[in-house]
Structures are given as structure tokens and as C-alpha cells.
Ligand binder design. Structure first.
Ligand SMILES: Cc1cc2nc3c(=O)[nH]c(=O)nc-3n(C[C@H](O)[C@H](O)[C@H](O)COP(=O)(O)OP(=O)(O)OC[C@H]3O[C@@H](n4cnc5c(N)ncnc54)[C@H](O)[C@@H]3O)c2cc1C
Length: 390
């Protein structure tokens, strides 16, 4: 593998850097609050207008047809410039790859431009009160209404990140009550303002109010006739009763590369090194704390190098499949260690220092969301290493 960037890749990097340096906003509130979400939305629209919101997508959908390598470069520059995390990420990084793979042409043409322009804002409707790790145990259902020509959805979703502020939800619903657990599920796309939908926001431990419970009471989703008017009322992605396979494509993106590209961790590791230099300068950092900084920096570099292998696989047509669970365990545990190293450096002042403490609180949820790390280790044991089920 050639680890050097080509001239055109370096030119692409210079373009991103120039634009980001001139445009990245400062002082935004958390995107998981109503005020912050509105501020982030303005930023996302600016990104779109300058065609930086979805660089690897085709130009027809407001992308730049960038290669996956260029996308990695963009991500590095994005986080190095201290640009904010994307409030559109559930749509752009999770749902969009699934629409590219499973959506028909009309669906791609309808949903993708609206997503890249931050007009449709998607939240993920997987978890239910009794189905988190056991996703196949969901009980929300969709019942066929032949007379009206569509489906009627009922049930409850929970823990939907930023659901209180989004416009649409993607999620799994049981369409065949008799089928085995993983069969008989269908992947639906539903507007959150549909009749029968109730979205109730609630707070997180860190004080942000971005979570929502979503209640569906006989929400009607019409059959796809290829028209925009119908698609605005929702639809099905992939085939009826075959939603599990479609959902697995989404979760592979969530656990693997696209949601957590290395640029974010390298930028955080670089800020950590700056912090260590400041605190070591005035003699307050212990050698154990400085060792933890070195380890965190090496971890972030190792993840970046591992990612180059992932991208090579993707470019050469090999899908990571269950191997994306390796990434999930690694990035989530690395993020906790990295923030803990910062808190150790800050000592008593850590509690007063907003960004590192807030980052630490959020990092603690990494081993839980996108499928807990216990579940990821089960997947690695059974599906990657071929060990027997317990
Ligand atoms: C910050 C954050 C954002 C989230 N955003 C979303 C979102 O946008 N959309 C959404 O749908 N969900 C979201 N979730 C929910 C998340 O996906 C679930 O919390 C997660 O899947 C775990 O499910 P659970 O909470 O029901 O825990 P449970 O499934 O009840 O698990 C409890 C504990 O038991 C362990 N456990 C369970 N089964 C096994 C097993 N077979 N083997 C070993 N250990 C096991 C788990 O690892 C965990 O430690 C979010 C969660 C967080 C923390």
C-alpha cells in the first residue's frame, strides 16, 4: 500500500482546508439542544451550499464525486478545523449508504438531495423499551391495509437521538407476526409529522434534551408509486419482510468507518497533546498522565492506519460485514481513554473545564450506543472468529 497522498489528493486537502478555515463557526451550543440544533442547521446548510456536505456522493446529489480516500482527507481537515459534529449524521452516514444500496432510483432521487441539503433530518428508530441489544425482539408492527393501499404502523421507539428536532425516522417494524424473529421485519421511512405520530423529547444525564420517545398510533404509510407526493408520506426501503438484511447494512455503517472516521480522534488526540504540553510546562502533569497521553495518541494513529486497510477493502469491493464490530469496540474504548487522560491532566480543574468534561461524559456512552460492546464482542466471537455460541 502506498501511504503517500497524490498531488491531486493534496490539492483536494488544500481546498478543504482553505474553505473550512474561512467558514467553520465557533461557539455553537450542543446540537442536542433545541437552540444548538438550530445553530448547527445553519452550518449544515452552509456546508451544502458550498458542496462540502456529502463530498463522496455523486454531483447530481450535491456531492463532489470524491473518492473514499478524499473523503478521509475531508474528514481529517473537518475535525482539525474544529468543525462541529454533524447533526445530519444519522441520515448522511447511516441511512444514505443504505438508500444507495437498497433504494430504487426514484427513492434515491427523492431522498438523497433533501438529505444533503439538510431539508430532511433523519433519526434512527431501532430501540424499543424491550428491544435494545435484542433488536430482533421489536414489537412495533406494520399491518397491511389493502383497501387504502399501504401499511398502518403502531408501537413505540425510544432513545432516538435528536428525535425531538428531526423531521423523519427510519426504523424496523414487524410485518409478519408468525415469522421467525429475524424474518418478517420491514424497514420503513416515516415522516415525524404524520398523523398518529407523537414525539416526546426527554433529557439526558448530561443535561441535553435531544433524546425522544416516538409513539406511533395507526400511522399510515402509502405504497410506493414512484411519485414525490407519495414518498413525502413515507415508504419501504428494500423488500417487505426482508428488513433485517437492510438494517444490518445500516448497522455496519454505524459501527464501522463512516460514522466514526479517524479524523475526529486524531484531532482530539492532537488537542490532548497540546493540553499535555501546557500542563507539563508548569510541572503539574505526572509521568503516568503523560504516558496515558502518549498511548491515546498512538491509539488514534493506529485507528487511522487500520482505517486505510478498511478503505482499501471497500475500494476493492470487499465489504467489512461483521468485522465492523472491531472498529466499534476500538473507537469507543479509545475515546473514553483519550478523554480520561485529559481529565487526569487537568486534575481538580477538570470539573470546571467544559469541553473535556462534556466530551468525557459523551464518550462514556460510546460503548453503549451503536450496539453495546458486549454485543460487539459476541459478534466478533461468533461471526468473525467462528467460536461456538454460548
Ligand atoms: C447516547 C446514546 C444514543 C443512542 N441513540 C439511539 C438512536 O438514535 N436510536 C436508537 O434506536 N437507539 C439509540 N440508542 C440506544 C442504544 O442503541 C441501546 O441503548 C443499546 O442498543 C443497548 O440496548 P438497551 O439500552 O436496551 O440495553 P440492554 O439490551 O437491556 O442491555 C443491558 C446490558 O446487558 C448487556 N447484554 C444484553 N444482551 C447481552 C448478551 N446477549 N450478551 C452479553 N451482554 C448482553 C448489554 O451489553 C448491556 O450492558 C442510544 C443510546 C445511547 C447511550
Amino acid at each position: 500500500m502506498d501511504l503517500n497522498w497524490s498531488d491531486s489528493e493534496e490539492a483536494f486537502r488544500a481546498d478543504c482546508r482553505e474553505w473550512l478555515t474561512a467558514n467553520v463557526p465557533t461557539g455553537l451550543e450542543s446540537g442536542d439542544t433545541a437552540t444548538g440544533f438550530a445553530q448547527h442547521l445553519e452550518w449544515e446548510k452552509l456546508l451544502h451550499e458550498a458542496r462540502w456536505s456529502v463530498v463522496s456522493w455523486p454531483e447530481a446529489y450535491a456531492g463532489r464525486d470524491a473518492t473514499l480516500w478524499e473523503w478521509l482527507i475531508f474528514e481529517e481537515e473537518y475535525y482539525a478545523a474544529q468543525a462541529p459534529q454533524r447533526i445530519t449524521q444519522n441520515g448522511i452516514f447511516l441511512l444514505a449508504p443504505t438508500i444507495f444500496e437498497f433504494g430504487n432510483q426514484a427513492q434515491q432521487d427523492h431522498y438523497l438531495p433533501r438529505m444533503s441539503a439538510a431539508e430532511d433530518l433523519w433519526c434512527q428508530g431501532w430501540s424499543e423499551p424491550n428491544a435494545g441489544s435484542d433488536l430482533a425482539g421489536i414489537s412495533s408492527r406494520a399491518v397491511r391495509d389493502d383497501e387504502a393501499g399501504g401499511w398502518r404502523l403502531s408501537g413505540q421507539k425510544t432513545w432516538t437521538t435528536r428525535g425531538a428536532f428531526c423531521t423523519h425516522l427510519f426504523g424496523l417494524f414487524r410485518t409478519d407476526a408468525e415469522a421467525e424473529r429475524h424474518r418478517g421485519l420491514t424497514y420503513f421511512l416515516v415522516p415525524l409529522d404524520a398523523e398518529g405520530m407523537t414525539v416526546r423529547g426527554f433529557g439526558r444525564l448530561d443535561g441535553d434534551e435531544g433524546f425522544a420517545e416516538v409513539f406511533l398510533d395507526d400511522v399510515f404509510v402509502p405504497d410506493d408509486d414512484g411519485t414525490a407526493a407519495t414518498m413525502q408520506r413515507g415508504g419501504i426501503l428494500g423488500e417487505v419482510d426482508k428488513g433485517w438484511g437492510v438494517a444490518m447494512a445500516t448497522t455496519n455503517s454505524e459501527r464501522g468507518l463512516t460514522l466514526r472516521s479517524p479524523g475526529r480522534f486524531r484531532a482530539a488526540a492532537s488537542r490532548l497533546v497540546d493540553l499535555a504540553v501546557q500542563t507539563a510546562g508548569d510541572g503539574r502533569a505526572s509521568s503516568a498522565a503523560l504516558d496515558a497521553v502518549t498511548d491515546a495518541w498512538i491509539d488514534a494513529e493506529a485507528y487511522a492506519l487500520y482505517t486505510l486497510g478498511d478503505v482499501t477493502d471497500l475500494v476493492e469491493g470487499r465489504s467489512p460485514g461483521a468485522k465492523s464490530s472491531y472498529n466499534k469496540v476500538f473507537w469507543s474504548e479509545m475515546d473514553v481513554r483519550l478523554h480520561r487522560a485529559a481529565l487526569d491532566l487537568l486534575g481538580d480543574r477538570a470539573e470546571l473545564d467544559g469541553p473535556w468534561m462534556r466530551g468525557y461524559e459523551f464518550a462514556l456512552s460510546g460503548p453503549i450506543y451503536a450496539g453495546t460492546n458486549e454485543i460487539q464482542r459476541n459478534i466478533i466471537a461468533e461471526r468473525v472468529l467462528g467460536l461456538p455460541r454460548k
